[in-house]
Each structure stands twice: as structure tokens, then as C-alpha cells.
Design a protein around this ligand. Structure first.
Ligand code: NAD
Length: 331
């Protein structure tokens, strides 16, 4: 099949080339937008990542270009208008579980770094500053960790935190019963917010979860709590979180995702002026750690993304059932 791969980085190409099952791939560095959609002309399928946007208008253009399949290299699909895809007879597949451990482990990395300040210690020691002043952390053992969303990633995260000796509270609209036998306690969102020392977000971005962590939710949280977001940027209201950081209500923030990340992440902007004042403000806090959507970024995950994507392309080409098709009722 002729496939246009958008938002390609060197590592995407390396892994896609390695596991290609015979498809004709054309790589574009550009993201899919209303402005770049014409690049999909005469391709059978397009392959997208998290910051490619396929809204109603773009979907109509894709259909006009002859595109019949969108293969997402991601699990999340909040950037795709599935109703418009169906209306234009375009199928959408994703990689539902390329490595939940990768993202869960990254969430833990954010917690440990924020807590024990290893990023600051590293720089200090390189300058022969061996002082411990201002590096004081806390034991994770015995702390209460709140997990919002206990699907594949949240599930792995719960197990890791149980291993640290934490009390794990969870909130999910569809609880995963099995977790209870390991000691995870499902509770209401309000109780989780009130009781947790650390809160980690692992729910998808949906109309219900947009700005789930806003002014009201932050007010319910323990003063000095730590908030970790590796799900999608807009699950938290960045403006409200900045206010809570200023007052000290929020003690730490670790984010791998950001509301306006499509203008920033996956690019080297080191010689550019950052025009986004919210992220610029976030970067000034000593108790904020930002990574640029790298939770998924392990060798194992890239291999799984590539092999699952080619399995979907093969299934589509052979007229077989698409095992990873996104059903409309998933939204
Ligand atoms: P999943 O579908 O397995 O689990 C999501 C869980 O969230 C489900 O149990 C669901 O019931 C729950 N949920 C849905 N709506 C909810 C709500 N309103 N309140 C509470 N819980 C709710 O998904 P997953 O594979 O665990 O991934 C979770 C999210 O992580 C993805 O949607 C994606 O946005 C994000 N993600 C980030 C990265 C990264 O690199 N940072 C990589 C992969 C996925």
C-alpha cells in the first residue's frame, strides 16, 4: 500500500523501515494539518502521531485525496474526528498497547526526580558543588498515591507504586476489579483528591476529562501535593495549575504532556523565541518538571508501534478484519 507517514522523526523511520512488511512508505516531517493535508494526495493510507490533527475539514480533504485508512502510531486518538472519518468512509486503527510499562515507568521517573531532585544534584556535582542544601526529599514508602484512570498504563503504575510500599487509591469510571486483590482501593474522585500525596493521571482526554484538574479540583487537594500528568495535556487546566503553584497549594508538578504541545514538542526550538507564555511560566518554577511527551519512548515501544502498524496495514490490504480499528462507541 502507498502510505504517507506524517510527523516523521529519525527514530520513527528507523523502526518503520526495519519492520516494514512490504508497503511503500513516504516520510514527511510535517504534521498533518489543514495546511498540509494536500500531501496525502494519491496515498491509500496515512500514518499519524499524537499531534497530527484530523478534524472534519481535514478528513473531507483526506477522502478527496483517496485516503481510505488512518493508522495511528499512538494509543490515544483525541486528535481524530472519528465521526468525520466514518462519514468519509475512512477507517481508523491505532496501537492500543505498545508499552503501558514505558509510560507508567516514566510517570515514576517524574515522581522520583521531582522528589529527590536528581536533575539538580547532577548539575551541582558537575560544578563540584557537593552541598545537600535544598535537595531534601521525602520517603515514598507509606505515602498515598491517587491514580485517575486504571486502564493499561494506570494498572502498571498502580503495581509499581504498590511495590514502593505506597497506599494506592484509584478512580475510574470502569474500575478494574482485579487490582483490588493487590490492595488498590477504588474511591470517589473527591476522596482521591483530598487524601492523596501524589496524584497521577492515566485517563484519556475526552469531553468529560478535559480540565478534570481545574481550580475546584486543585482546591480539594492536599496542600503541597504532587501532580503528575502523562496522559494528555488538556486533562489539566494549565492556567489553574500555575495559580496553584504560585500559592503553594500545589507542591510539585511533573508533566510529559501539555495543552498546547503541538506547537512545541518533538521540535528543537533552542534558537527560537518561545511565544507560549504558559509553558514559559511553568519552566520558571523550581518544583516543576517538564518532559516533551517521551513517556512512550523506549525501544520496546517503538518496535511494538511499528509491528502493530504493519499488521493493520496488512489486514486492510488483504480485506481482513481490522483488530485495532477504533470503534465509534469508544469516544
Ligand atoms: P486505557 O484505555 O487502557 O485506560 C484508560 C482508563 O481511563 C480506562 O480504564 C477508562 O475507564 C478510564 N477513564 C476514561 N474516562 C475516565 C474518566 N472520566 N475518569 C476516570 N477514568 C476514566 O488507556 P491507556 O493505554 O492506559 O492510556 C491512557 C492514556 O495515556 C491515553 O489515553 C493517552 O492519552 C495517554 N498516553 C500517553 C503516552 C505518553 O507518551 N505520555 C503514551 C501512551 C498513552
Amino acid at each position: 500500500m502507498k502510505v504517507a507517514v506524517f510527523s516523521t522523526r529519525q527514530y520513527d523511520q528507523e523502526y518503520l523501515d526495519k519492520y516494514n512488511t512490504g508497503h511503500n512508505l513516504t516520510y514527511f516531517n510535517e504534521p498533518l494539518t489543514a495546511a498540509t493535508v494536500k500531501m496525502a494526495e494519491a496515498f491509500d493510507a496515512i500514518c499519524l502521531f499524537v499531534n497530527d490533527k484530523a478534524d472534519k475539514h481535514t478528513m473531507e480533504e483526506l477522502a478527496r485525496c483517496g485516503v481510505k485508512l488512518i493508522a495511528l502510531r499512538s494509543a490515544g486518538f483525541n486528535n481524530i474526528d472519528l465521526h468525520a472519518a466514518a462519514a468519509n468512509h475512512i477507517k481508523v486503527v491505532r496501537v492500543p498497547a505498545y508499552s503501558p510499562q514505558a509510560v507508567a515507568e516514566h510517570a515514576v521517573a517524574l515522581i522520583l526526580t521531582l522528589n529527590r531532585k536528581t536533575h539538580k544534584a547532577y548539575n551541582r556535582v558537575r560544578e563540584s558543588n557537593f552541598s545537600l542544601e535544598k535537595l531534601l526529599g521525602f520517603n515514598l514508602f507509606g505515602k498515598t498515591v491517587g491514580v485517575i484512570g486504571t486502564g493499561k498504563i494506570g494498572n502498571c503504575f498502580c503495581h509499581i507504586m504498590l511495590g514502593f510500599g505506597c497506599k494506592v487509591l484509584a478512580f475510574d469510571i470502569a474500575p478494574f476489579e482485579e487490582l483490588k486483590q493487590y490492595g488498590v482501593i477504588y474511591t470517589s474522585l473527591d476522596e482521591l483528591l483530598q487524601q492523596s500525596d501524589i496524584i497521577s493521571l492515566h485517563c484519556p482526554l475526552t469531553p468529560e476529562t478535559r480540565h478534570l484538574i481545574d481550580k475546584a479540583a486543585l482546591a480539594k487537594m492536599k496542600t503541597g501535593a504532587m501532580l503528575i500528568n502523562t496522559s494528555r495535556g488538556a486533562v489539566i487546566s494549565t492556567k489553574d495549575v500555575i495559580k496553584a503553584l504560585k500559592t503553594g497549594k500545589l507542591g510539585y508538578l511533573g508533566i510529559d504532556v501539555y495543552e498546547q504541545e503541538e506547537h512545541l514538542f518533538f521540535k528543537d526550538l533552542s534558537e527560537k523565541v518561545i511565544l507560549d507564555d504558559l509553558i514559559a511560566r511553568l519552566m520558571t518554577f523550581p518544583n516543576v518538571l517538564i518532559t516533551a511527551h517521551q513517556g512512550f519512548f523506549t525501544r520496546e515501544a517503538l518496535q511494538e508501534i511499528a509491528t502493530t502498524t504493519f499488521r493493520s496495514l496488512d489486514q486492510f490490504e488483504n480485506g481482513q478484519k481490522l483488530e485495532n480499528e477504533i470503534a465509534l462507541n469508544l469516544t
